[in-house]
Design a protein around this ligand. Structure first.
Ligand SMILES: [Fe+2]
Length: 234
């Protein structure tokens, strides 16, 4: 069920929501303190204000459909989707921006994928997290984002802290028009390190994120802080 360019970018569900954040839209910007403690699924971060304009649709947006396609979207298809959506200037401009916190709108991703348009004020970020078994892609539509990632797969269960070896850190600067796809169990944090400029990005995941693990990091030590599930993002 591939989507035409038009349908892909024309169906953002823009619900001004007070409480939830999208999966990659993290938490710091939510209006509910609890959400902040337990950030959302994917990319994001810092919103402190309870007045942030959160465009957070329900997990199951009408039109998105829960049916799994017989052929799941590939990483390349997800990357193609986020690239086309990011190039839709009308769509990108439709996202409300808030200097106090991240904003987001859900999009209809290809093949039943979960997709988001996210606005990042200067200085916001997601914190370290993974995406369970989901593969994904994201691309900067405006401004510049930084991705810090780990080039290792973390154990799924049975640990609270891990000491990372040298050489596993990866660092990318993603200016407008640049993005990446990633495989399952990808671990990263995404940041807008600009002191002055907002960033906007598009993200897509398949299957829709079943959970997200959030980590804190001190030097080489990674600590599992929280496991979040979609119901936590409602
Ligand atoms: Fe992420």
């Amino acid at each position: 069920m591939s989507l035409s360019r038009t349908s892909v970018v024309s169906t953002p569900v823009v619900e001004l929501a007070a409480s939830a954040s999208p999966a990659e839209a993290d938490t710091t910007s939510t209006s509910k303190p609890t959400a902040l403690v337990a950030p959302l699924p994917t990319e994001d971060a810092a919103s402190e204000g309870s007045s942030s304009v959160a465009v957070a649709p329900d997990a199951n947006v009408p039109g998105t459909g829960d049916e799994r396609p017989s052929t799941p979207p590939t990483q390349a298809e997800l990357l193609d989707f986020v690239r086309r959506a990011a190039a839709d200037t009308e769509l990108v401009a439709s996202l409300p921006l808030d200097p106090e916190g991240r904003t987001w709108a859900r999009l209809e991703g290809p093949g039943g994928s979960e997709a988001w348009l996210i606005g990042w004020p200067p200085g916001t970020g997601t914190g370290w997290h993974d995406h369970a078994d989901s593969v994904g892609a994201f691309l900067t539509a405006a401004g510049e984002l930084t991705e810090n990632a780990l080039a290792v797969r973390l154990p799924t269960d049975g640990w609270k802290t891990l000491e990372l070896s040298e050489g596993v850190d990866r660092h990318r600067k993603l200016s407008a028009g640049r993005g990446r796809a990633f495989g399952s169990h990808h671990v990263h944090e995404v940041l807008n390190e600009s002191a002055t400029e907002h960033a906007v990005s598009v993200h897509a995941y398949y299957p829709p994120l079943p959970l997200m693990r959030r980590f804190s990091r001190s030097g080489a030590v990674l600590r599992l802080e929280q496991v979040e599930r979609p119901e936590d993002w409602q």
